[in-house]
Design a protein around this ligand. Structure first.
Ligand code: HEM
Length: 405
């Protein structure tokens, strides 16, 4: 890890600590959201902060202990399409687990998934920016996630990690996401295995032992918190920007994410049945826990430089910083030590709303041509950025190491 070594990290931690910017992580809020609002409308209501992925965790822990993960990763490299049989040679207990894990939930609604595709096609340009900078930056102020990412193997190569996470955003929005020739089921099952590995490995990291208050990371509740940084945050922003969205498309988008939560191993009783329920759950489990950590500040810092070596002039650090402030607000930007940018911050504040209105055909006057062009070009560069990131085949692997730092 070059830009993220222990010395830099301590420096950031020290500076931040001295400035008093790192709030003490909020005490764990109890999980009070009722399963009555979930997809099945019922459930045990057991606390998901104490639930992980028992079957997957046992299988992967055994693979790690037996040193079989490199061979499993090699075999799984050829497994890329939802409908493809699992490769021969996998250890039997892993094969059994994966055969089960790859099944879509009984409540999958193909019609809604088809509508989600329409939503993704129409809104794809906004979605790249939103997944990348509203969801991506928000993950750095979700303390448990920031720490887990920072101390796991992925923390050593954020570019690679972002690319792999971008794959999930791309797969879920693709035409055939959950169809036999799509890749979303594979991406979710591989991610579920990666998470199981992190649960086994991370508690063994000396850095983790000192920095985290939890024994075992990535609980079911944690996954739902992160889930809200994705679809719920995207939808909140689209509404704030007054992007008109047909009700069936909005429902389809939600459904594609409900299915993904199930495929990531979340019990149905924790998956919100509607946007109303999603927002209610996010208000309880996401909004109050957002806070800065030294790890998250470092990760945000790396994210802001992602456009650095690209020939995409608008994806510069100041512009991406202004975008983060605009989407996540002054408080989060302040936590992440992102300065107010003198040109882009006021421009976004005053002209983004009219830009969206013009783009959506709701307004045809009142928008300076230059500002319209600038925003259009900005969105175009984001799409190019994603396309360049997703050009190569991307393979999610089960990590065998923590971040060596
Ligand atoms: C790995 C997505 C929740 C921490 C991954 C990967 C994806 C992903 C696509 C594979 C990327 C890679 O191999 O680098 C998601 C989604 C989530 C979610 C969609 C929720 C909806 C969480 C949560 C945490 C977490 C709640 C921690 C609290 C990690 C870590 C890795 C990982 C540490 C492993 C990175 C590595 O070392 O290779 N996740 N994740 N994730 N995720 Fe998640």
């Amino acid at each position: 890890m070059d830009s993220l070594n222990r010395r830099n990290f301590l420096k950031v931690g020290g500076t931040v600590g001295a400035a008093g910017a790192v709030a003490a992580v909020a005490p764990a809020t109890p999980w009070t959201w009722s399963p009555a609002g979930s997809v099945p409308g019922t459930g045990s209501g057991l606390d998901p902060r104490k639930a992980w992925d028992p079957d997957g965790d046992t299988v992967v822990a055994n693979l790690l202990d037996r040193g079989q993960v490199p061979e499993v990763n090699r075999l799984l490299r050829s497994w890329t399409k939802n409908g493809q049989p699992l490769p021969a040679g996998l250890p039997p207990e892993l094969r059994d687990f994966m055969e089960h894990a790859r099944q879509l939930p009984s409540w999958t609604d193909r019609g809604k998934l088809a509508t989600a595709v329409r939503f993704n096609q129409k809104r794809g340009t906004y979605l790249g920016v939103l997944y990348g900078f509203a969801s991506g930056m928000m993950s750095t102020v979700i303390p448990k996630e920031a720490r887990a990412v920072y101390y796991s193997k992925g923390g050593a190569d954020m570019k690679d990690r972002i690319t792999k996470t971008a794959k999930l955003g791309y797969d879920i929005g693709s035409l055939n996401a959950y169809q036999p020739d799509g890749e979303m089921v594979v991406t979710c099952v591989k991610t579920r295995l990666a998470h199981a590995s992190v649960r086994h490995l991370l508690p063994q990291s000396p850095y983790w032992v000192h920095a985290a208050t939890e024994d075992k990371p990535i609980s079911q509740a944690d996954i739902m918190v992160t889930w809200h940084s994705l679809p719920t945050t995207v939808m909140r922003n689209l509404q704030k920007w007054k992007v008109p969205i047909a009700p069936d498309e909005s429902e389809g988008f939600l459904h594609s994410w409900q299915v993904s939560a199930h495929m990531l191993g979340v019990e149905d009783q924790y998956i919100p049945a509607s946007w109303h329920q999603a927002d209610a759950q996010a208000k309880q489990v996401l909004d109050p826990i957002l806070a800065p950590t030294p790890e998250g500040i470092k990760l945000a810092n790396i994210l802001l430089d992602l456009g650095m070596n690209l020939d995409l002039s608008l994806l510069s650090r100041p512009v991406l910083g202004a975008l983060t402030r605009f989407m996540l607000g002054d408080q989060i930007a302040g936590w992440l030590q992102i300065p107010r940018e003198p040109v882009w911050t006021p421009l976004l504040e005053t002209a983004w709303g009219p830009y969206v209105a013009v783009r959506e055909g709701l307004l045809n006057v009142g928008m300076p041509r230059e500002a319209y062009w600038l925003f259009d070009e900005f969105l175009r560069q984001f799409v190019l950025f994603y396309m360049s990131e997703l050009r190569m085949p991307i393979n999610i692997e089960i990590p065998v190491l923590n971040n060596p730092r």
